[in-house]
Design a binder for this molecule. Structure first.
Ligand code: PLP
Length: 429
C-alpha cells in the first residue's frame, strides 16, 4: 500500500516511510492510496474472530510487506491484550469502554501499535531511536507507556512541573526502563518549544536519531478502526448502529469511517464535540472557521483546529454532501456535561466520564426516532475526579489501580525551560 499526502505536494511513500516520517514534507497528512475492502470471508466471519485476529486483518492491507505476517500477528496480540467491552446502558444504547488499557484512555491502542512499528523498523536498521514527546498530561502518558520495553527505542518525555494531575504525573514518572521523564520548570508551551528546537538541532539529531510520536502518524490512526468492527461483534441486534464519538482531533471518529469503508456494517457517525465545535459548525454550514480554543470539562477534546480534518475530507473525496450523508454533528456545553453525568448515573446507573457524556447525550438526542446506538467511552472517569465530584455531588471511590499508581515513587529529572540546559541533559543521557 502506498500513502499520499493530502496536500498533494509530497511523494507517495510506503508504510515504513509513512510511519518513520510521521508528517509528509508538505505538512499534509498521509492517506492510503485506496481504501482496502476486506474479503467476503472476513466480513462474513469476523463476529467469530478474536480481537487480535480482527486487528490483524484490518491493519494488514495497510502494512503490506513492511512487517512480516507472523510478526504482525504477534504485534497485534501485544497491542490488543486488554478488554474492550461493550456495556448495555439503556435498551438501545451501549457504551464501548476503551479505557481498560494501561493508561485508562483510548489512545493506548494507537500508541502501542506505533511503538511496535517504530521498534521493528529501528531494529531492522540496527540503529537506536530516541522519541521526544512533550505532554500536557494524557497523550504523552499513552505514548510513553506504549513504548515501555520496546527494544531499540528510548523515550524522553517532557511535562510541565505542577501542571498535570497527580495521577497523570505518576503515569509519566513511574515507568522506568527505556522511559525517562523530564519535569520542566515551565508550562506546556515551553515543553513543546524545547522539543521543536531539539528537532531542528543537527548535533542532537545525529547523536540521538530523534523521532516524534506525532498523533497524526498513520500507525496511530489506522488501528483505531479496529474498535468499530469489535463493537459489532458484541451487539446482539444486527441493525447497523449509530456511532457517537467524542472528538478532539478527529482521529478516532475518522478511523471509524475508515472501518465502514472497509466493509463493516456501521450506521451514521455522530461527531461529538464540546464548546470547541468547529466540525459540527462545518457540517451545519459548510464553513470551516477556527475560533479560539475554549477550556472545558472534556479537556482532551479542547481542540479548535482538528488535525485529522483532512482525513475526513479525503475519506469522502472532498464531497461535502457525501460527508453530511454519513456524519452528523453534535456539541454541548460544560453545564450539559455535568447534568448528563448526573442524569445517566441516576437513571441508568452508568458512570460516564466528561467525554463519554457528550457521546451518550448525542445518541439520546439522535435516537429519538428509534434505532440503536453505541457511544465510545474514551477515558476512565477517575481521571477527571474534580469534574465528576462537581457533577455527582460526591467524590468517587479511588479504584485499586489508581491507588497503586499514586503509591509508586516518582522518578523525574528537573530541567529549566532553557534549550542549552536541556541539550546538555540529552547529550549526557
Ligand atoms: C484524545 C481523546 C479524545 C479525542 O480523540 P480524537 O481522536 O483526538 O478525536 C476524546 N476523549 C479522550 C479521553 C481523549 O484522550
Amino acid at each position: 500500500m502506498k500513502f499520499f499526502s493530502t496536500n498533494k505536494q509530497a511523494p507517495k511513500v510506503g508504510f515504513q516511510e509513512a510511519v518513520m516520517n510521521s508528517l509528509p514534507p508538505d505538512n499534509g497528512l498521509y492517506f492510503p492510496e485506496h481504501i482496502p475492502l476486506l474479503s467476503e470471508t472476513v466480513l462474513r466471519h469476523f463476529r467469530q474472530m478474536s480481537l487480535p485476529e480482527i486487528g490483524y486483518e484490518m491493519v494488514k492491507p495497510f502494512v503490506g510487506t513492511a512487517i512480516e505476517s507472523n510478526e504482525l500477528k504477534t504485534i497485534m496480540e501485544e497491542v490488543l491484550s486488554f478488554e474492550i467491552p461493550l456495556i448495555q446502558v439503556e435498551e438501545n444504547i451501549h457504551s464501548l469502554e476503551l479505557f481498560h488499557g494501561p493508561t485508562y484512555a483510548f489512545k493506548d491502542v494507537g500508541a502501542r501499535f506505533l511503538a511496535r512499528c517504530l521498534g521493528h523498523f529501528s531494529q531492522s536498521k540496527g540503529k537506536e531511536t530516541t522519541i521526544l514527546v512533550a505532554t500536557s498530561g494524557d497523550t504523552g502518558g499513552a505514548v510513553a507507556n506504549g513504548f515501555l520495553g520496546i527494544e531499540g527505542v528510548s523515550v524522553i518525555i517532557l511535562y510541565p512541573s505542577g501542571k498535570v494531575s497527580d495521577l497523570q504525573e505518576k503515569q509519566l514518572t513511574t515507568l522506568g526502563g527505556n522511559i525517562t521523564a523530564l519535569e520542566v520548570n515551565g508550562d506546556f508551551d515551553n515543553c513543546q518549544a524545547l522539543v521543536k528546537q531539539a528537532f531542528l538541532d543537527k548535533e542532537l539529531n545525529q547523536k540521538l536519531n530523534l523521532t516524534s510520536a506525532n498523533s497524526i502518524n498513520i500507525a496511530r490512526w489506522v488501528p483505531q478502526s479496529i474498535y468499530y468492527a469489535w463493537l459489532l461483534t458484541q451487539l446482539e441486534q444486527k441493525i447497523s448502529p449509530v456511532i457517537a464519538v467524542p472528538s478532539g482531533n478527529y482521529g478516532n471518529v475518522t478511523a471509524g469511517m475508515l472501518a465502514k469503508k472497509m466493509g463493516f456494517p456501521l450506521g451514521k457517525f455522530l461527531a461529538c464535540s464540546n464548546a470547541n465545535n468547529i466540525v459540527p459548525r462545518y457540517l451545519a454550514t459548510e464553513k470551516y472557521e477556527q475560533k479560539p480554543t475554549v477550556s472545558t470539562y472534556a479537556n482532551a477534546m479542547d481542540v479548535s483546529l482538528p488535525s485529522n480534518f483532512g482525513r475526513m475530507q479525503a475519506l469522502y473525496n472532498n464531497d461535502y454532501k457525501a460527508i453530511c450523508n454519513d456524519v452528523v454533528g453534535f456539541s454541548m456545553s460544560d453545564q450539559d456535561i455535568l447534568e448528563t453525568i448526573k442524569l445517566c448515573q441516576n437513571q441508568a446507573g452508568y458512570l460516564l466520564d466528561p467525554h463519554g457524556a457528550i457521546g451518550y447525550k448525542g445518541l439520546k438526542t439522535c435516537l429519538k426516532a428509534g434505532g440503536q446506538g453505541v457511544f465510545l467511552e474514551t477515558a476512565h472517569p477517575i481521571k477527571f475526579a474534580p469534574t465528576m465530584e462537581k457533577a455527582l455531588g460526591y467524590s468517587l471511590t479511588i479504584p485499586t489501580f489508581a491507588k497503586e499508581l499514586i503509591d509508586k515513587e516518582k522518578v523525574a529529572t528537573k530541567v529549566e525551560a532553557n534549550f542549552k540546559a536541556f541539550k546538555e541533559l540529552l547529550i549526557d543521557h
